[in-house]
Design a protein around this ligand. Structure first.
Ligand code: ZN
Length: 253
């Protein structure tokens, strides 16, 4: 498969523009505000941003991370999300090339970036993203643009959603329903083999991070850590290396 660095750069730039939109989504979706209008505004002084305040990455650096009107510091999250989305978009292109699977991967993976940041901040995974990704898993399998046959997509949805639903019930709210819906999305997109591997990886990542944070005394035993971001990191890892990991984890393919 041929990929070019010119295309990769173009995908990076497009990704930063999508990331700029994701910042609006992260800010407005949990508050139930429209993500289309009005134009971006400063949350402090409410001044509408001009188009040249909205250029991904460049504007943040040019304004030194402050509002152009009131000099209120802008969260470094804005720059982080733009950079991260740009890098993710280029990496997805480099892995999948200009193929039908590229569409599957972009539609699945990019919206998970705002989902991770919303979960970190508000401890919720929006239905529009988790259920949307589940439906996309089924639709993309039906269209044969995902790597998963349609039968596996349905089986994966039931197995992965089922496992986390059981954990949610047994842990009495230790795991939220948003995590269950995201698990169903993982199964629908990857099938049960890569799906279960991805869930195992997310539990491992979550446990290791929890222990490290406790050792560093950043978090106590009782503190809540959102689980969605670990699932989302695992989904990214599995989108790139899922087959190899599943072969290793399940011992067979
Ligand atoms: Zn301002």
């Amino acid at each position: 498969m041929k990929v070019s660095w010119i295309n990769a750069t173009a995908f990076f730039v497009l990704g930063t523009i999508v990331g700029s939109f994701f910042n609006v989504v992260i800010h407005r979706l949990p508050q139930g505000e429209s993500i289309i209008s009005p134009r971006s505004y400063c949350p402090k002084c409410r001044n509408r941003l001009k188009w040249y305040h909205n250029i991904p990455i460049i504007s943040y650096i040019a304004l030194r991370g402050r509002c152009a009107f009131c000099s209120e510091p802008i969260s470094p999250r804005y720059l982080t999300v733009e950079l991260l989305t740009g890098i993710a978009t280029a990496a997805i292109y480099l892995h999948f090339g200009l193929s039908p699977q590229l569409i599957w991967a972009l539609v699945l993976l990019l919206p998970l970036i705002p989902a991770a940041f919303i979960d970190l901040k508000h401890y919720i995974l929006p239905d529009s993203i988790t259920i949307g990704c589940t439906l996309w898993g089924i639709a993309s399998a039906a269209l044969s643009i995902s790597p998963t046959p349609i039968k596996d997509a349905f089986l994966g949805l039931l197995v992965c959603g089922g496992i986390f639903f059981l954990i949610a019930v047994l842990s009495k709210g230790g795991m939220g329903l948003g995590d269950v819906k995201l698990a169903a999305a993982i199964g629908a997109n990857f099938g049960w083999k890569i799906g279960v591997t991805s869930l195992f990886l997310s539990v491992l990542l979550g446990a290791v991070t929890g222990i490290v944070l406790m050792l560093l005394r950043k978090k106590g035993r009782k503190d809540k850590i959102p689980f969605g971001p670990f699932m989302i990191v695992s989904i990214y890892i599995c989108a790139f290396f899922g087959r190899e990991l599943a072969r290793w984890y399940l011992g067979s393919w």
